[in-house]
Design a binder for this molecule. Structure first.
Ligand SMILES: [Zn+2]
Ligand SMILES: [Zn+2]
Length: 144
């Protein structure tokens, strides 16, 4: 799946810029309450990358971090408050929000944490109740 393509991302004001290179390990939509609260949106379009595929290329000194739990290190721009990406060290992946890398060809494959949804999406993709079994979840799917 890997290739050398590089895609640019930025915060809301543009002071922080970053790139992602290659292809993510997974893409989909997360409906969990943490994603809703952090993103101020009903659903988070995620792309999960190897941590070394994500590089901050400008404005490093403006990158802030918030960790409500050790599972998630949420990076944001201290100038505009715009969100950048979230590191998940326990899973060994970094979630780059699809909306932050607009040129990347986002192709969602599944929905996770659909039991917490506030926005039903009838797109025919699998709806995981929580997380896939290989990520520590039940692996159970729900109707749309
Ligand atoms: Zn900014
Ligand atoms: Zn979530």
């Amino acid at each position: 799946m890997s290739n050398g393509n590089t895609y640019k991302g930025a915060c809301f004001c543009g002071a922080v810029e970053f790139t992602v290179t290659g292809m993510p390990a997974a893409m989909g939509y997360c409906h969990c309450e943490s994603c809703q609260s952090w993103s101020a949106a009903p659903v988070n379009a995620f792309t999960l990358w190897a941590p070394d595929a994500v590089r901050v290329t400008n404005g490093t000194e403006r990158v802030g971090n918030f960790s409500k739990t050790p599972k998630s290190h949420r990076k944001y721009c201290r100038s505009c408050g715009g969100h950048l990406f979230t590191e998940h060290p326990l899973w060994g992946v970094t979630d780059v929000y699809a909306a932050s890398i607009p040129d990347f060809p986002y192709q969602p494959a599944l929905h996770v944490n659909y039991q917490e949804t506030r926005l039903r999406m009838r797109d025919g993709l699998p709806k995981m109740k929580d997380m896939p079994a290989e990520m520590g979840g039940s692996g159970v799917t729900l109707p749309e």
